[in-house]
Design a protein around this ligand. Structure first.
Ligand SMILES: N[C@@H](CCC(=O)N[C@@H](CS)C(=O)NCC(=O)O)C(=O)O
Length: 293
C-alpha cells in the first residue's frame, strides 16, 4: 500500500519539473519583463524591417492571432513599407512580449512604440497620415486603449480560460503539436493567464458579466464607426490598424464555441470594416486563406 506514495511523489515532481521547464523555455510567458529598455524613437530610413510576432495561420485570419502583431502588420501595409516577418521569438524582445522588430541596428518592441518609431523614421514617405486636430487624435488614442487594454483581456478570457475554447486551443492554435503537448500547454496557459486576468480585473467577473462588457465595447466601436469607411473618416490611420487587429480576431479566429464571433457579427458595420481591409490590404493572404465568411 505504502509503496504507491513514492510513485505519486515522483509523478508530481516530474509534472512540476515539466511545468518549470516549459515556463523557462518560454522565458516566462506572462511575467517576462524582458530588459525593459527605453525604445529608440527614430532610425535611419532604408534599413530592412523585420517584424517578429505570431504568424502561424489560425482560423480564417489573414492577420496574426496576436492583435498587437496584426496591428503592426496592418500599419505597415497601410503605410506601404516593405517588411519581412519572423514567427515567434519572445527571447529577442526587449519587453519580453510580441511583437517586436529590427530595423537596421535598432530593436523596438511594443506596437505603440514601434509605430511611433516608424512614423518618426519615415514621416512623409508613409502612405498614411494621422489626423492633425486634437479631437481626432484623442479619439484615436481612446480607440487604441480600449482595443488593447480592454477588448484584448476580455477576449483572453474566452481564448484561454473558458473551457469551451479547449477544442480551438488544441485543434487550431496548437494544431501542429501532439495532443498531450497541446493539452499540457493549455493548462499552463490557463494557470498563467488566470493569474494575470485576476490581477488585471477581468476575471473578477462572471462569464455573463464579461459578455456584457464585450458587447458594450463592440457597440461603442460600431457607434463610432457609423457609415464611415474608417474610424476617423475616409483614410486609414493607426486607430484603424489597432481596431482591425482586435476585430479581425473577434470575427475570424474560428473560436466559434465561444460567443465572441457571433456577438461581433451582429454589428454589420464592423464586419464591413474588417472585410474591406482584408480585401484591400491583405489580398495576397486572403486568396490563400479562403474568402471571408
Ligand atoms: N502593449 C504591447 C502588448 C503586447 C502583448 O501583450 N503581446 C502578447 C501576445 S498577443 C504577449 O506577448 N504576451 C506574452 C505574455 O503575456 O507574457 C504591444 O502593444 O505590443
Amino acid at each position: 500500500m505504502h509503496a504507491i506514495f513514492p510513485i505519486i511523489y515522483l509523478c508530481c515532481a516530474a509534472v512540476a519539473a515539466g511545468y518549470v521547464y516549459f515556463l523557462k523555455s518560454q522565458r516566462g510567458f506572462t511575467g517576462n519583463l524582458g530588459t525593459r529598455e527605453t525604445s529608440p524613437t527614430k532610425g535611419a530610413p532604408g534599413g530592412e524591417i523585420v517584424l517578429t510576432g505570431f504568424f502561424a495561420p489560425v482560423g480564417q485570419l489573414v492577420g496574426s492571432v496576436s492583435p498587437f502583431t496584426s496591428k503592426v502588420e496592418t500599419f505597415l501595409r497601410f503605410a506601404g513599407l516593405k517588411f519581412r516577418t519572423e514567427n515567434g521569438g519572445f527571447a529577442g524582445s526587449p519587453k519580453g512580449r510580441l511583437p517586436w522588430m529590427k530595423h537596421g541596428a535598432d530593436v523596438v518592441a511594443d506596437s505603440r512604440f514601434m509605430i511611433k518609431y516608424l512614423q518618426n523614421t519615415y514621416g512623409p514617405q508613409l502612405k498614411i497620415e494621422e489626423p492633425q486636430d486634437a479631437e481626432s487624435q484623442a479619439i484615436s488614442t481612446l480607440i487604441q486603449r480600449m482595443c488593447e487594454e480592454h477588448m484584448y483581456f476580455t477576449s483572453q478570457y474566452h481564448r484561454m480560460i473558458n473551457p469551451q475554447a479547449a477544442g480551438w486551443f488544441k485543434g487550431s492554435l496548437f494544431k501542429d503539436a501532439p495532443s498531450w503537448k497541446s493539452t499540457f500547454i493549455m493548462y499552463c496557459f490557463r494557470s498563467g493567464r488566470g493569474t494575470q486576468l485576476r490581477y488585471q480585473g477581468v476575471l473578477t467577473n462572471s462569464e455573463a458579466d464579461i459578455n456584457i462588457l464585450i458587447d458594450e465595447d463592440l457597440r461603442a466601436l460600431s457607434g463610432l464607426l457609423g457609415n464611415k469607411p474608417y474610424f476617423l473618416g475616409s483614410h486609414p490611420t493607426v486607430a484603424d490598424a489597432s481596431a482591425f487587429g482586435t476585430l479581425e480576431n473577434y470575427l475570424y479566429d474560428g473560436n466559434e464555441a465561444t460567443p465572441i464571433p457571433a456577438m461581433t457579427r451582429k454589428y454589420s458595420n464592423l464586419v464591413r470594416f474588417v472585410d474591406s481591409i482584408r480585401e484591400e490590404f491583405y489580398a495576397d493572404k486572403l486568396s490563400k486563406s479562403g474568402k471571408a465568411q
